[in-house]
Design a protein around this ligand. Sequence first.
Ligand SMILES: Nc1ncnc2c1ncn2[C@@H]1O[C@H](COP(=O)(O)OP(=O)(O)OP(=O)(O)O)[C@@H](O)[C@H]1O
Length: 259
Amino acid sequence: MSKRIEAKNLDIFYGDFKAVEGVSMIIEPRAVTAFIGPSGCGKSTFLRSLNRMHEVIPGASVKGELLLDGEDLYAPAVDPVNVRRQIGMVFQRPNPFPTMSIKENVLAGLKLNNKRISAAEADEVAEEALRGANLWEEVKNRLDLPGSGLSGGQQQRLCIARAIAMRPSVLLMDEPCSALDPISTLAIEDLIGTLKNDYTIVIVTHNMQQAARVSDTTAFFNIAGTGQPGHLIEMDDTKTIFTTPNEKATEDYITGRFG
Ligand SMILES: Nc1ncnc2c1ncn2[C@@H]1O[C@H](COP(=O)(O)OP(=O)(O)OP(=O)(O)O)[C@@H](O)[C@H]1O
């Protein structure tokens, strides 16, 4: 299920503005890859380009190649909706559909994709996804109550359940814990550790300790100045990045000298 992503010399634009330049990297399956770097260096932009989510912004475009297990995700014949089905995304703020029940939220992606499933199948998919998101025990007796009635941490796990109900190969997470308290953050971090057995996981985080705790590989992005494009500076085992990085800029960033 878990797939490998390869970016080759990727540039990303908002209209004429080049936000990210020349990124080449391999994101391995069954592992967690963290993107770190100062504000504006293009971490979220690059993350969103991985499932073509940035295309919802008018004028956004990419140059270069992006391969999922060797298949070019930007080839003319590829439907971006299909890409997003394979590569799910979890956002900074938990965003369950407020008028839907917990169960309907989990199944929302399938419904949007017009997947016809029987009531029994729906129950099965919902339970499996909620178990996968480590939320089942907390919600199994209130599946028909609104998703918005859950705590922030539970809502974020509900959004993860909604993403994994689609059986994606990759899960992208854009600062998934930044709106959560420390206990809920820990629950999501534990969950990320379990999910990597089945998915390729990419996480953007501002929290250096979090990157060190949850990821196997870390990519450091930087920006030379306002109006300049962000670049990938280096990518390595998380341990190496946090102990003996190759680049001075990485060392300065992880030791808190800037950013
Ligand atoms: N929708 C947009 N339209 C135009 N420019 C954008 C848009 N989104 C981001 N940018 C620009 O692209 C650059 C990279 O932004 P991005 O949000 O990807 O950086 P980031 O590293 O994720 O920052 P942060 O850590 O603050 O979230 C910035 O210069 C930003 O202003």
